[in-house]
Write a protein that binds this ligand. Structure first.
Ligand code: BES
Ligand code: ZN
Length: 638
């Protein structure tokens, strides 16, 4: 039986899927046909929002805010334009979390703002509080006077002492996945797209930036921003600090605190080549400028694809461009994610898996197949770990289960690496040229829209499979998307370079000196360390460390891999440097696993880890604090 063959049950499978997903589509808000579609045709598919976006949709957000470092709040107004999807709708429902709402007004047909009796619902730990705003017929604009909480999970406020320059405070946001609602009232779902503008007032000497066209300061000392392309709320972003700029070319550059500006511009100097490769494969870059900002080390992610301005961790500045796949990744989101978006976080693989695939294609284009395959093997190792750790099989499907507790749980290597390998599988079966043309058309056809897994599958069927019915079977497809683990049709990537590393490791374990490591890349070192057997002796740890100086190494990826081995092996000599690392780096990928490994080792180590965490915690991002609190909470009382 062939996948999608029209006379077999395969088709009904696919049709059932596509129908289930179809109505959840995000019509572009400008599309009046969609807007006026009968209400029963539009299903609310995102369960992580209070918004009634199946009835009323925001189209534009206009922010007017004071950035108040003394009180650690954003304070001002959010003006929201909306349109009816269901003509009988009478209330606009928005997401908020930990916001203080002072007043809500509506703009009447007579051009007058009038107060509205709104209701703010009870706070849900995940979703926050629903803001319900009744509106009169014909009304399409409301203005909300509000302020954020100093504890807003989407905002980190750093004191001057917590910055490199030590003179000025710093603020940066992280809206994905559910934290835009801690910054502003909004329909906080990837199914809804909005344009936005903002007016910001910041203390003297600080530069504000947003995920938008950067405006200069006007004569009143206010900064103005504009995002003319419709974006989902999770791409709202702001950074304020003593930030400087260095151009890489005429439309790409780097923002950073001055201590790291030159190094960052050098590290990321190949970003223009990445853009060229990406554009060649998948069509034009549609966002105007592409800048990067290197944030303070407490930024909890490797990178965040805020449009026009990717947010990056300083731990990428290794000095040898060996970690720039993260730049390729965030840039790739300008197609997969920012241009074509998952309509709910249960479909996160459409964002992250497709992006990981595109990232790897760009890396191959620039640096050759050898590096691309090494990165695939490293991703596979991480995937195997996450597959083993998964709490239930449904969490290893590409399509996340409907009862997922929090979107954070979707962002594992299942979503990233399994998603990437699924696209590699499709590429192998349909052929690279065919598949490239398919993806390029996909980005065009769904530009500035959001879609579900089921809509993707229907599109794959219509565009690719009908022309190549023998390329794959329905069972194979189903196993990838709705089945656990890695399906039988997965082809394991094999790296020749890593095979050589394996030989060096074996010889070293047998007592020989580790030869031929002089030209190793970061990737080879990671493979060398990650595949060390358990139970290395103290003497072996010492020999490794004295030969290769892992402890205290500047390259954060290698240092992290080493510290993980050291903790597992009980090698105490790294303690001081490990503590330094935990005190100075807030990137979750590293610190969550380091704390988890320390906590589970034994009670003494756990006590020591808690002591370090107590000191480090005030410097960590609220997102990281929540995650690490949860790690230690597992051991509460013991
Ligand atoms: N969009 C993600 C970061 C993210 C995911 C933030 C979920 C909040 C919730 C970003 O594009 C990403 O995937 N970053 C990775 C790097 C990438 C090379 C895998 C990271 O931060 O490690
Ligand atoms: Zn990503």
């Amino acid at each position: 039986m062939r996948f999608f063959a029209t006379t077999t049950p395969a088709l009904s499978f696919v049709l059932a899927l596509s129908l289930a997903g179809c109505s959840a589509n995000n019509p572009q808000v400008q599309d009046t046909k969609q807007i006026q579609a009968p209400a029963d045709k539009i299903i609310k598919a995102d369960k992580f929002t209070h918004a009634n976006y199946d009835k009323v949709r925001m189209t534009h957000l206009s922010l007017n805010l004071d950035v108040n470092f003394d009180e650690k709040v954003l304070d001002g107004t959010a003006t929201i334009n909306f349109k009816l999807v269901d003509p009988t709708a009478t209330v606009l429902q928005l997401d908020t979390k930990d916001l203080t709402i002072r007043s809500v007004e509506g703009l009447g047909a007579d051009g007058q703002w009038r107060g509205i009796d709104y209701t703010l619902g009870e706070r849900d730990d995940v979703l926050g509080s629903k803001l319900t705003i009744p509106f009169r017929e014909g009304m399409n604009k409301v203005r909300i006077d509000y302020r954020t909480s100093p504890k807003a999970e989407g905002l980190q406020w750093l004191s001057p002492a917590q910055t490199a320059g030590k003179k000025h405070p710093y603020l940066f946001s992280q809206a994905q996945a559910l934290n835009a609602r801690t910054m502003t009232p909004v329909q906080d779902t990837p199914a809804v797209r909005i344009t936005y503008d903002a007016t910001l007032r910041v203390p003297d000497g600080l530069l504000p930036l947003m995920s938008a066209e950067q405006g200069a300061m006007d004569e009143n000392g206010e900064y103005h921003f504009k995002m003319p392309q419709p974006i989902p709320s999770y791409l709202l972003a702001i950074a304020v600090g003593d930030i400087k700029f260095k151009a890489i070319n005429d439309h790409i550059g780097v923002y950073a605190e001055s201590y790291i500006l030159d190094a960052a511009a050098e590290e990321f100097s190949e970003t223009p080549m990445m853009e060229v490769a990406n554009t060649k494969l998948y069509g034009p870059y549609r966002w105007g400028r592409y800048d990067l900002i290197v944030l303070p080390p407490s930024f909890p992610f490797g990178g965040m694809e805020n449009p026009r301005l990717s947010f990056m961790t300083p731990t990428l500045i290794a000095g040898d461009k060996s970690l720039t796949n993260v730049v390729a990744h965030e840039l790739a989101h300008s197609w997969s994610g920012n241009l074509v978006t998952n309509s709910s976080w249960l479909d996160a693989w459409l964002n992250e898996g497709v992006t990981s695939y595109v990232e790897n294609r760009v890396m191959e284009e620039l640096y050759g197949e050898g590096r691309a395959v090494m990165e695939q093997v490293l991703a596979l190792d991480d995937l195997m770990r996450d597959l083993r750790a998964a709490k239930r099989p449904a969490l290893t499907h590409l399509k996340m289960p409907a009862d997922l507790a929090h979107p954070d749980d979707a962002f594992t290597q299942i979503t990233y690496a399994k998603g990437q390998f699924f696209l590699q599988f499709l590429e192998q079966r349909f052929g690279r040229d065919e598949f490239d043309a398919f993806l390029k058309k996909y980005f065009d056809d769904f530009a500035f829209q959001s879609l579900s897994t089921e809509e993707f599958i229907k599109y794959l069927h219509d565009e690719l499979h009908v022309k190549n019915p023998d390329a794959l079977t329905s069972a194979e497809l189903k196993a990838w998307v709705y089945g656990p683990g890695l399906p039988d049709s997965f082809i394991t990537p094999k790296s020749d370079a890593f095979a050589k590393v394996d030989a060096v490791r074996e010889a070293w374990l047998g007592g020989a000196a580790a030869e031929e490591t002089a030209n190793w890349s970061t990737h080879e070192w990671l493979h060398f360390l990650n595949k060390m057997p358990v139970g290395l002796s103290e003497d072996q740890f010492e020999r490794l460390d004295s030969a290769f100086k892992f402890t205290g190494m500047q390259n954060a990826e290698i240092a992290f891999a080493w510290y993980m081995q050291a903790i597992k092996g009980g090698y105490g000599a790294v303690d001081t440097q490990l503590e330094n690392f935990l005190m100075s780096v807030g990137r979750g990928k590293f610190i969550y696993r380091l704390y988890a490994e320390l906590a589970k080792r034994d009670e003494d180590t756990r006590t020591e880890a808690k002591r370090i965490y107590k000191n480090a915690r005030p410097g960590y991002h609220p997102i990281a604090q929540r995650r690490i609190d949860a790690i230690f909470a597992k051991y509460a009382g013991g």
